[in-house]
Design a protein around this ligand. Structure first.
Ligand code: IMP
Length: 199
């Protein structure tokens, strides 16, 4: 059994990472460590933010720590909301407020031009030092109105390429096989084999 701490308090991310990694891993997140603050996401890219979160948490925790920074890039909006996905409609915005804002911005964009992708960067750190980063992307399109109650965030408006249902409608097993997070986490898991047990 491998132990891993995810530097997040987003229970959806933690659950997805646990399911993607499977039963060989015991995954915990910062909800088990209320005294540790979440690092400010002051970077300009997903990679910078993932590294900030992983190194800050791992300087205060034993063992390997990973952080996920992720979001949605919509081509017709020049890549927005991107790193601002969680706070697109403002600090503490709900998923619905973020989705409503995105669909309002896209109102005049024809269907054929609604291409988008989810991007996820996973940073792995130990003792405050960065060991590696891994990136995963899933391409798709934005649909309106939202469909499905599964997943989280922008899942109800994102249809991955080669599917007709949104991430909110698809079974969790499907999302966890093809998602940006699944791709980044699988690269990470493959790399763990090459790391020393002490890392
Ligand atoms: P972070 O916590 O700064 O990485 O913010 C990630 C934000 O991107 C989330 O709050 C969601 O709005 C969005 N996001 C990231 N991954 C997903 C996903 O798998 N489905 C839907 N939305 C996602």
């Amino acid at each position: 059994m491998q132990h891993l701490i995810v530097a997040t308090r987003n229970a959806h991310k933690t659950r997805e990472i646990q399911r993607i990694l499977g039963a060989d891993f015991a995954v915990r997140d910062l909800s088990a460590y209320p005294e540790i603050p979440e690092a400010a996401e002051s970077g300009k890219t997903f990679g910078e933010n993932a590294v900030l979160k992983a190194t800050a948490a791992s300087s205060q925790l034993p063992g390997r720590v990973v952080a996920d920074d992720s979001g949605l890039e919509v081509d017709a909006l020049g890549g927005a909301p991107g790193i601002y996905s969680a706070r697109y409609a403002g600090q503490n915005a709900t998923n619905k407020q973020n989705i409503d804002k995105l669909l309002a911005e896209l109102a005049r964009v024809e269907r054929a031009k609604r291409s988008a992708r989810f991007r996820c960067v996973i940073a792995l750190a130990h003792g405050g030092k960065l060991l590696a980063t891994f990136e995963g992307v899933v391409e798709g399109v934005i649909v309106d109105p939202p469909r499905g109650r599964g997943g989280f965030g922008y899942d109800p408006i994102f249809v991955p390429q080669e599917f007709e249902q949104t991430f909110g409608e698809l079974p969790a097993e499907v999302k966890n096989r093809i998602s940006h997070r699944a791709r980044a986490i699988r690269l990470f898991a493959a790399r763990l084999v090459a790391l020393k047990p002490s890392d």
